[in-house]
Ligand binder design. Structure first.
Ligand code: ZN
Length: 110
């Protein structure tokens, strides 16, 4: 468990070790969020402090969570409170993410 210090309170959260390539592992807080696509609770941290092409604010930090049910990514930001966004991964640059992509209406097969 890790203590998260908001300006007005300290919240104890579940944490896990996040292994970074070429760098020392870092302990990060795992937020209790739901999948932004299918509302599943089975989401796991996928990328911490991700690079987002269209952040709501430059001050926000974003983590990417992956859904075990629909396999789609969810981005969360936290700045006093947690915001959840649908996320999309850039096809060319896997380290780049977009928030709230337009929903594709063309169904690809079935
Ligand atoms: Zn899902």
């Amino acid at each position: 468990m890790l203590d998260v210090r908001w300006p007005d309170r300290v919240v104890r959260r579940k944490a896990r070790e996040y292994k970074r390539r070429l760098r020392k592992a870092q302990w990060v807080v795992i937020y209790p969020v739901r999948c932004s696509w299918c509302d599943s609770e089975r989401v796991t941290a996928y990328e911490i402090n991700a690079t987002v092409a269209n952040p709501i604010s430059e001050r926000f930090k974003y983590d990417i969570y992956a859904c075990e049910d629909c396999q789609r990514p969810t981005a969360i930001s936290y700045m006093g409170e947690i915001h959840v966004h649908r996320a999309d991964q850039d096809r060319k640059y896997p380290a780049l993410w977009y928030l709230d992509p337009a929903v594709e209406h063309n169904e690809k097969g079935s």
